[in-house]
Design a protein around this ligand. Sequence first.
Ligand SMILES: [Zn+2]
Length: 478
Amino acid sequence: MSLDHPFFDELWMAVRHGDVDSIKQLSYYLRHNPEVIDSPEDYQRKLRDNLSYLRRRSRPRYLRVRPFVEQLATLGIPEKTAKQEPSETEQALSRLEKLKVLKKTRYVIFLGAGASKPKPSSIPTVAELLPELWARAEKLETRPLDKLQTWCTNAEITNIEDLLTALTISNMVVKKPKIHSLFNSILYTSKDGMPTEDIRDRDTINSLQESTGNFFSLLVGTMLDAKPNTIHKSTVDAAASLPHVRVVTTNYDACLEQAFDAKDIAYSYIIDKKPSNALSLVKMHGSINWYYCDVCQHIMMPDIEKMKSARENKVPYPLLGMCTKCRSTAKQFIVPPTNYKYVLYPPIVEVWDACRTAFDEGDIIIIVGYSFGDADDYIAKMLLKSISEHPDKKVIICDTDKRVVKRFKQALARHVSDFSEENYFPLIGKAEDLYVRALEFLTSSTSSTAKKGAGAKKTTSKRNTGPSGRKVRKKRAR
Ligand SMILES: [Zn+2]
């Protein structure tokens, strides 16, 4: 029915005169036959024009009629455009809800620094670490990092990654005089361009690196007190209900471990050689409860609860320990954010391999609070390589910063030739809300497919899943 049909003439007149009864009668018909509006835009425009005519003529009648006309204005328009276009995040969530998952679907949950930031964990991000480092160093009378701090402030260095990288390189350079002169000839074009100040001696740089490193380690040690938040707990719940989950994290804190312990779920750090039925917890940058002996390459992992109770008894967090094998000094095994991670801790390579395998074998990769920083460039490379080799992988990325999500999508589109938007699920906002919802969808659709498939082929779960499907008896390896 076109808009010049007498029916519409009646409607326009009713609006112009503010005739509520006629509007009600006419709108009854329209509500039940909205398809008669064959040109929704013209229809809306005419409604608005007639309503403004009434507003000019009589404000009281206009005010009385307006709500009815507003209702009328939503008719005839396809639902998508009538409502506001749902956001990218909402679209991603609704696509996730419909995602087909199977019992054999393999998941990788990758937690970055953003995952340990929400309360009650409240762990500072890399950007917040440098000011904390200065604050700690300033508390001491000798103020060992005074000069370094002044220099960083003047040079506007606010990033702990840059500082630690500079210290690592400097130390490597001063250890080898030949490399030092080569460095100078590469960096400076002429003799005049050379720095006027004398190069610091090896001991100074060594001690600067050492004290910065120690302060950083102490700073990390305070993370021992951090409690797991909703993100950690939901990760553990998902790991307990989904058949194949690997958890990878760049965080040093022990929040995930505490959440696992609370649910009595066994986990393995890969390098601890625990039984294979334990759930993989891949800690890319080490952990506050790991210690490494440089002499015999032995790795020690003291019990977190024992470390915590020692702290409650005012025993400070130990940066060093004694190797239980060769009695040499073992140092804290956390990989500081520098570009030279593997140089410092060779065994970390085995952990990285586990991450690569997880990416390669995972069907659904969920990334939470990870900013793809420069110093962790290699993680993004591994991830992109896995996806480009298996472009059907689904990638869910959750971050409060929409730039991170956009940047990652651009990287995907650039590196993955068969990249499809359908496989990409951007969730921009609080992980405590979005990530948790995404996990709920995935676990509930997995259990519903499991129910449908009951009586059919029995899938063998690698883990020792109890009758409730939730708890696994914990096996303490040491
Ligand atoms: Zn040793």
